[in-house]
Design a binder for this molecule. Structure first.
Ligand SMILES: *[C@@H]1O[C@H](CO)[C@@H](O)[C@H](O)[C@H]1NC(C)=O
Ligand SMILES: *[C@@H]1O[C@H](CO)[C@@H](O)[C@H](O)[C@H]1NC(C)=O
Ligand SMILES: *[C@@H]1O[C@H](CO)[C@@H](O)[C@H](O)[C@H]1NC(C)=O
Length: 311
């Protein structure tokens, strides 16, 4: 009996230690930007945006760290040149294979013409996959979570998740879906995007990437699990995720590798621009609006407490 309970206790301890996550990277505070590379090429999604380098961003006040909070702004002072409105797109130098990603934000960019995103992406796109954790356009009401892959990754219509399915084929060229639509799920919570997120003081986007699947949770500020706040996150104790993307026979787990963290804000382009006319935003031209109304972008900024990566 004694040895049996000893064995049971040993087993429980072993399972717990297999599951427990340890902090491997803490992107925050005054060193936040040191671990990222500023992208300055033309926007791959064809936005009306001028992505600036680290020096330009800092001297223009587009990147700031105050009281340990990281801010990333877009230019809201000038009528934009034909190159597009100045903004920032950063990619983590480090890449990851599996892990738990906790993105703690106070404020996200919002408004007509905007297309903000926080995401993970691997090299040789789409062969190493893309995981869009936070993304939306214009006056969109809730967050949309999406995977983009090479051919051969599909999701079942019915999964154990809170969100609503938009599309189930993750392949970027899936027949019957818009180009590069991927497999998407919308969040059920109003607080998951835009003004509603900002008015509630933000919260934490948690993404668990394991061999068995990719799972995303949105926890608004007033509902963050204690294990996240105290630095011992344990997703096995959380409610069912907002988006569940199981990996296995219908979507091989090796379709995702070497993922880097990206944060960006573009304007118009392939998504925000193509739906601008039906978005409830002023005028008919996204580009005209973005170019000529600098003060419309006062709310187009990120405020970030930390990005933490656990493995
Ligand atoms: C993460 O870094 C910030 C400062 O950049 C620090 O205040 C905080 O204590 C760190 N958190 C952990 C869990 O190490
Ligand atoms: C990240 O990469 C950029 C260049 O791409 C470099 O300037 C920076 O020093 C790197 N950061 C770290 C912490 O290595
Ligand atoms: C730009 O946006 C920031 C942040 O919302 C705001 O503090 C500032 O007053 C805005 N306008 C100008 C002209 O900088």
């Amino acid at each position: 009996m004694r040895s049996l309970s000893f064995a049971a206790a040993f087993l429980v301890t072993t399972l717990a230690s297999v599951r427990a996550y340890s902090l491997v990277d803490n992107y925050s505070g005054s060193s936040f930007f040191d671990s990222f590379t500023f992208f300055t090429g033309s926007d791959p999604t064809h936005g009306f945006v001028d992505y600036v380098d680290a020096g330009t961003a800092s001297s223009a006040g587009l990147t700031q760290v105050n009281n340990n909070i990281v801010y990333i702004y877009a230019d809201n002072k000038t009528v934009a040149s034909s190159a597009g409105r100045q903004s920032v797109r950063i990619t983590s130098n480090k890449s990851y294979n599996l892990g738990l990603f906790l993105f703690d934000v106070n404020h996200v960019p919002y408004g007509c013409g905007t297309w903000p995103a926080m995401w993970l992406v691997g090299p040789n796109w789409p062969n190493s996959g893309e995981i869009d954790i936070f993304e939306g356009v214009n006056l969109q009401s809730v967050n949309q979570m999406t995977l983009h892959t090479q051919e051969g990754c599909t999701m079942a219509s019915s999964r154990n998740q809170q969100g609503s399915v938009v599309s189930n084929n993750c392949w970027i060229n899936a027949p019957g879906q818009a180009s590069n639509q991927g497999c998407s799920v919308t969040n059920p919570e109003a607080s998951s995007y835009g003004d509603n997120l900002n008015n509630g003081g933000g919260g934490v986007y948690a993404t668990q990437w394991g061999n068995d699947g990719i799972y995303i949770w949105w926890y608004p500020r007033n509902g963050i699990p204690a294990d996240i706040s105290n630095g011992s996150p344990d997703p096995s104790t959380w409610r069912s995720p907002d988006a569940a993307f199981p990996l296995g026979s219908s979507c091989p787990n090796d379709f995702f590798a070497n993922q880097q963290i990206v944060v960006d804000l573009t304007f118009c382009g392939d998504w925000a621009g193509s739906v601008y006319g039906s978005s409830g935003c002023p005028g008919s031209s996204c580009q005209d609006y973005v170019q000529n109304n600098p003060s419309a972008f006062d709310d187009a900024y990120w405020s970030i407490n930390s990005f933490k990566v656990y493995q």
